[in-house]
Design a protein around this ligand. Sequence first.
Ligand SMILES: Nc1nc2c(ncn2[C@@H]2O[C@H](COP(=O)(O)OP(=O)(O)OP(=O)(O)O)[C@@H](O)[C@H]2O)c(=O)[nH]1
Ligand SMILES: [Mg+2]
Length: 420
Amino acid sequence: MFIDRAQITIKAGDGGNGITSFIHYKGKVSGGPDGGDGGKGGNIIFVADKHLSNLSDYYYKTKYVAENGQPGEPKDCFGRSGKDLVLRVPLGTVIRDKETGNIIADMFTDGQSKVVLEGGDGGKGNAKFANSRRHTPHFSQTGEKTETKKVVLELKTIADVGLVGFPNVGKSTILSKITRARPKIANYHFTTLSPNLGVCDYYDNQFVVADIPGLIEGASDGAGLGIEFLRHIERTRMLVHVIDVSGVEGRDPYDDYLKINAELKNYSPKLAKLKQIIVANKTDIYGAEEKYKEFKKQIGRKHKIVEVSAITGKGLDDLKKAVFTVLEKLPPVKPLEFEEYNYVKPDRLSYEIFKEGETFVIVGTLVDVLKRNVVLDDMNSLAYMHKVLRDRGIIKQLREMGATDKSTVIIGDEEFEFVD
Ligand SMILES: Nc1nc2c(ncn2[C@@H]2O[C@H](COP(=O)(O)OP(=O)(O)OP(=O)(O)O)[C@@H](O)[C@H]2O)c(=O)[nH]1
Ligand SMILES: [Mg+2]
């Protein structure tokens, strides 16, 4: 099955807990703390892979969880880190945050990788909390817990040229003649159900052509196969608008032209504004000549028209040349533009408070941040720290845990008197 959109839930690994342990000698506790740190949780990493053509894997399996970090061990041993989970996606996959709709990444080039979720940090073992005043800390830090995230994967094919037109006008036939692609071709509507890609050689140059299902009037309201698949030509540089000028199906070529453009515009005004070359196809059919002349007049100078017969091959070299001449003047396909995404862990500023008699020890990532930002002999800096402690509810929590004027609060390597 061709799947070009999927919604999955991802979660990076939790950090392993640090542990509390003391040096044992012949079965007796004899010494200082030796509890090791927990390992880091595995990341969720997306990688673009040119060998993949659609997102079907993510349709069947929708939950992806990276491995957790292992807890620390005695003798100062670190817990093993969780393995990263690598999710391979086809080129052109756009990853979005389900909740905000923001683009997280556009997986544009083969091998490109993006860490979308970072594993939780391991907790520190009690060995890390020992210092000159605190020889035997009886506490260790828990590993950082990670949260799940829902992301939407959407394939937006990367191609230079998009073939558009009514069903059965010969789009797939043209692709099969100017590239080595072998799409299904048949004399009925909606033969093509998912995009086909082909590479067209033009002397020493190459361009990628995307053939998509046919459009009909009302497609933007869901008629026929709808307009969803237009996302596959959304980032093309130009369109080749294929018209059956023989009128064998009883429609008027110029009317077809207007209707397709109206549907393109309904999907996206930007898509409708892309440069178009018109291909007048099926000119081998009896009576097509007359209709073509009329059609050419109606199009006037709006677009370049190339007269072809995909069946006999007439005009296909002219078509390649016309397409290449336009492409030459256009910038290459570029990744989507979006604000750079950097995942911020929700509990980046986590902390825990441990009580040891009249002493309260605050540990956690918040402490690391404070340590970096606070200059101890600077009054403003200390006031800032007090504000952070108050804003985060830490002062309140300390009071609830029984802190009084006589209590000592330890933050990192520093001791403070508790001031309410
Ligand atoms: N006589 C004639 N028949 C053609 C020509 N080009 C395509 N056909 C025929 O038209 C029919 C439809 O061709 P396709 O290439 O499948 O058309 P399509 O536009 O891809 O159709 P959908 O995938 O349904 O949108 C097939 O029977 C082709 O053999 C042509 O230049 N002349
Ligand atoms: Mg087709």
